[in-house]
Design a binder for this molecule. Structure first.
Ligand SMILES: Cc1ncc(COP(=O)(O)OP(=O)(O)O)c(N)n1
Ligand code: 3NM
Ligand code: MG
Length: 216
């Protein structure tokens, strides 16, 4: 799991400045290790249109052996037979989601150590900690928790697979991994890049090099 979390790309049509399929293709070519379909926000697709887009993005991931995770929508994840689901503290309860999805991947958003322990008790496969830095991609994001929260959680839960999210860029990725995250989850660092493939390659290289330097 920790390897899969290394460069976790989160995206929906609203985040993209061009065709989401083209964005995903370039990100895959650049080396993403996991993908989350997060169709959310003003102008997001719903119903059949959402399903059709998810289906096409999933096909791309399947062809390249990239785990395809659905954000929030457990019914969609089950209908597509996706690889997993990501839920937050205000979504369907993690225990119930675990019951519904069997052994598919379950990711849970956390903001502190108490929530990490609860997520582990619900048999989450990984936790998503954020926002580490201020973000432009989530309207209802909490206050940034900074690198110290990664260090704090890692000091108390040495083995939990943890991906950091929120405002992470090429400039901050190294510090995030050094603080103890197993990977970075990003929207804008990839979606807003002028050259998506090259930018993704740079992020991948930073994460992998920093993990190797730390023997992880
Ligand atoms: C990897 C990852 N971590 C955290 C989140 C945030 O989930 P949530 O708090 O449920 O907020 P929404 O993304 O649903 O707006 C995430 N999606 N992915
Ligand atoms: C989807 C999401 N969840 C967050 C959390 O704090 O749980 S922050 C966030 C948005 C991440 O996008 P960007 O890389 O553009 O900052
Ligand atoms: Mg959610």
């Amino acid at each position: 799991m920790k390897q899969k979390l290394s460069l976790y790309f989160v995206m929906g049509s609203v985040d993209c400045m061009k065709d989401p399929l083209a964005v995903l293709d370039e990100a895959i070519e650049g080396g993403i290790t996991m993908f989350q379909f997060r169709e959310k926000g003003k102008g997001a697709l719903t119903g059949v249109a959402k399903y059709r887009l998810a289906e096409k993005l999933f096909e791309r991931c399947l062809a390249h052996n990239i785990p395809f995770i659905v954000n929030d929508d457990v019914d969609l994840a089950l209908a597509l037979q996706a690889d997993g689901i990501h839920v937050g503290q205000e979504d369907e309860a993690a225990e119930r989601v675990r019951d519904r999805i069997g052994n598919k991947y379950l990711g849970v958003s956390v903001h502190n150590l108490t929530e990490v322990k609860k997520a582990l008790a619900a048999h989450a496969d990984y936790v998503g900690l954020g926002p580490i830095f201020p973000t432009v991609s989530k309207d209802d994001a909490k206050q940034a928790c900074g690198l110290t929260m990664i260090e704090h959680i890692r000091a108390h839960e040495k083995h939990v697979p943890l991906v950091a999210i929120g405002g992470i860029t090429e400039q901050t990725a190294e510090q995030v991994i050094k603080a103890g995250a197993d990977g970075i989850a990003v929207i804008s660092a990839i979606c807003r890049a002028e050259h998506i493939c090259e930018q993704t390659k740079r992020l991948y290289e930073i994460v992998m090099r920093t993990k190797q330097e730390g023997d992880r």
